[in-house]
Write a protein that binds this ligand. Structure first.
Ligand SMILES: Cc1cc2nc3c(=O)[nH]c(=O)nc-3n(C[C@H](O)[C@H](O)[C@H](O)COP(=O)(O)OP(=O)(O)OC[C@H]3O[C@@H](n4cnc5c(N)ncnc54)[C@H](O)[C@@H]3O)c2cc1C
Ligand code: SF4
Length: 520
């Protein structure tokens, strides 16, 4: 059995960031990734291949609460989901760390404060080269440093949209963005500002993803080893059941075994729960670290809506994801509850409308598909979904994953939709037409949209109601940690990746101290 100081399972936002943070310590680190390097090929930037044929969605089958199989939108590759992400790198709001009363229930407090996380957000923004502008977003939390790079500029139609939002009394802001764009020196800019970013891999490696800015820099240190196509299938404990003694891995059809002083699981919220639940033994009969029966529970993924509005003027925007609106994040004059965040999503194009019938039924006879494609302005509305014990990932003896999920906070989601719809006339759009994007994308099973999955091993101070302690160490196992989005006790209404990255740095500092090492 090969032995290491640290084994990290999963190379996405959490695991890839942690690997980079620990790498300079000289400690022997093994990074296990079930996927391969994502191929660099022309199809990276083809809307038909990526969005319609789901080229980079990994072949996995999960089951919904009724036992119906579906293909989850998961990405098993070096860098994990960040290879495809939109790189909107938001901090959670300061208030998201406290208890918040929503129309649909309570969003619980975190066991650490925003102030404790703040230095790690700053570090993560630097690692992931976030572009943004402080002071525009009325809900933004205090920050100890400016964004490391200036905000990505709006293209003219989006600049006009920002003006129109402002004229309607709102406070649009430049969205925090992880793209390596140097607008002042385009001949030398890694990012070419293309239209195929949000939801696509970046062919020129200019997106701030966990492969490019986590795993690759980590591998520059010879003490770091990456094994691809290596799926962790079981964690075995020592005889007393107090520590993980062995990681069983399937690689190239064979089973291998690795050990380390510290084991960090970062396989994504569902697969982390699957691994812990599949590792039940006599000391942990309900799954590893699951004395509280909380592993797999409180699964969240945002009550999100991708919607398309039709601009009266053509919308030739190439890189659309530059604007956000948080005026409804906590409440509005008309409603006392949080509704969520409005941001742009990558510009839709005609190839995405292949499953066009529902879209056309909604718009015909007023608009042709070509008109829709030229005039579409695409928004992403995120409402917080609340942790609920019955929303859970479970796994049977054969390894079959069931995802039991019912949305929450639906009224808040609908209010947010109506807020935007009521503004369309002021924003230079055709009124009333706010088309849900599932009306034209292939993927019509809401539960399959697991992009923002979180919450299955939440951290907390009380071992009876949480899986991890505040260092993200399992209450019940001395050397087991989790650093993917599973640790979230609540998900906020902004995108999750920066919080996973910041927390990985925070936990990394704890691990360096525990290992008596320096680094970071
Ligand atoms: C299309 C899309 C757009 C998104 N846009 C944004 C955005 O704009 N902003 C934002 O903040 N977030 C966005 N997200 C979400 C963001 O990517 C995730 O929140 C983030 O990547 C989660 O990090 P993680 O470490 O929890 O999991 P992941 O990044 O998914 O990493 C998990 C890794 O573990 C590996 N793995 C799984 N099981 C095993 C196993 N048993 N053994 C070994 N390896 C394993 C997986 O292959 C994967 O590499 C988006 C996601 C998608 C899919
Ligand atoms: S916009 Fe920039 S970062 Fe995004 S895919 Fe295009 S080149 Fe890559």
């Amino acid at each position: 059995m090969d032995s290491y100081d640290v084994i990290i399972i999963g190379s996405g936002a959490g695991g890839g960031t942690l690997a980079r943070h620990l790498a300079p310590s000289g400690k022997r680190i093994l990074l296990l990734e079930r996927g391969d390097w994502l191929p660099r090929e022309p199809q990276n930037w083809s809307a038909a291949d990526v969005f319609v044929d789901n080229r980079y969605v990994s072949p996995d089958t999960w089951y919904d609460a009724d036992g119906k199989p579906f293909q989850p939108q998961v990405h098993y590759c070096v860098g994990g989901a960040t290879k495809l992400y939109g790189a909107a790198l938001y901090r959670f709001r300061k208030e998201d760390f406290s208890e918040l009363r929503h129309h649909g229930g309570i969003s619980p407090a975190w066991p650490i404060t925003y102030e404790e996380m703040e230095p790690y957000y700053t570090k993560a923004e630097q690692l992931y080269q976030v572009h943004g502008a402080r002071g525009e977003d009325p809900t933004e939390p205090p920050a100890s440093a400016p964004y490391p790079f200036p905000a990505v500029s709006h293209e003219p139609r989006i600049a006009k949209l920002a003006e129109d939002f402002a004229a309607a009394g709102l406070h649009p802001f430049h969205s925090p963005c992880g793209v390596m764009l140097d607008e002042g020196n385009m001949p030398y800019s890694a990012c070419v500002r293309c239209s195929t970013c949000d939801g696509f891999p970046c062919l020129v490696h200019a997106k701030s993803d966990a492969e490019v800015l986590g795993v690759r820099p980590a591998l520059e240190h010879e003490n770091v080893t990456l094994l691809t196509n290596a799926t962790a299938v079981k964690l075995n404990t020592d005889a007393a059941g107090k520590a993980v003694a062995e990681v069983l891995v399937e690689r190239d059809g064979a089973q291998e075994s690795y050990s380390a002083d510290i084991i960090v699981v970062s396989a994504g919220a569902a697969n982390t729960a699957k691994l812990l639940l599949s590792s039940a033994n006599e000391h942990h009969p309900n799954g590893l670290a699951n004395g509280s029966d909380q592993v797999g529970r409180n699964y969240m993924f945002h009550n999100s809506q991708a919607v398309l509005a039709i601009s009266k003027e053509p919308n030739p925007t190439v890189f659309q994801k530059t604007l956000g609106v948080n005026d409804y994040y906590f409440a509005s004059d008309a409603w006392e509850f949080p509704m969520g965040n409005i941001q742009m999503v990558g510009k839709s194009v005609a190839e995405m409308y292949r499953g066009e019938k529902p879209l056309m039924t909604k718009l015909a006879p007023t608009f042709s598909l070509d008109e829709v494609a030229t005039h579409a302005i695409d928004f992403w509305l995120s409402t917080e979904d609340l942790p609920q014990a019955e929303n859970r990932v479970s796994v049977d003896g054969a390894g079959k994953v069931t995802l039991n999920y019912k949305s929450s906070n639906d009224t808040a989601r609908d209010r947010l939709f109506e807020q935007l719809r009521s503004l369309l006339g002021h924003l230079g759009m055709h009124e009333h037409h706010l088309i849900p994007r599932w009306a034209y994308l292939e993927n019509k099973i809401p539960v399959a949209g697991v992009a923002h999955q979180a919450g299955t091993t939440r951290f907390g101070s009380d071992p009876a109601s949480s899986v991890l302690d505040t260092d993200c160490r399992a209450h019940e196992l001395d050397n087991l940690y989790v650093v993917d989005t599973s640790f979230f006790p609540s998900i906020s209404a902004v995108n999750p990746a920066l919080t996973a990255m910041a927390n990985a740095v925070r936990v990394g500092d704890h691990l360096l101290e525990r290992l008596g090492a320096s680094g970071g």
